[in-house]
Each structure stands twice: as C-alpha cells, then as structure tokens.
Design a protein around this ligand. Structure first.
Ligand code: SF4
Length: 73
C-alpha cells in the first residue's frame, strides 16, 4: 500500500528553534526533552503518513525521511 513503507527519520537539531511543533503534531515519533528543550526521536522509522505533517510544519526544515524526495513532503 503506497505510503506505508518505513523510512528512517532524520532530525538535524543544528537548525532547530525549539518551537516544539514536531512533538505537538506527531508525538508518537517526536518526544520533547525538557532539559535540553529540544525534540528527540522516540522511533527512528516511520511511514509517510506518520511523519509528513511534522516535516511540512517544521519551520527550519530539520526533519527529513531517508529515501523520500523533498518534493514529496
Ligand atoms: S518543528 Fe523543527 S524547529 Fe520546531 S522543534 Fe521540531 S525540529 Fe525544532
């Protein structure tokens, strides 16, 4: 079924502005580290449907999925 393949989720915190949007829209994938005030990955693999909202929402483009062209976000 299209969109159900698992992709490795990549999170580049070097640009993160700590808006917490990713953990708000996809809490099953992105946790929130209160001490670091940054998101972390609860799971390292996700389907398109599970993670695309966070990728589209991230204002700093910190989130990507391996093997998944940027134009498909
Ligand atoms: S949505 Fe992007 S900028 Fe905001 S906390 Fe998540 S990774 Fe950082």
């Amino acid at each position: 079924m299209p969109g159900q393949d698992l992709h490795e989720v990549l999170l580049d915190l070097s640009r993160c502005n700590a808006c917490s949007g990713c953990s708000g829209v996809c809490p099953e994938i992105f946790g929130w580290d209160e001490d670091m005030e940054r998101p972390y990955l609860r799971r390292h693999f996700a389907t398109h449907d599970e993670v695309r909202e966070a990728i589209a929402l991230c204002p700093k483009r910190c989130i990507s999925a391996e093997g998944w062209p940027e134009e498909d976000y």
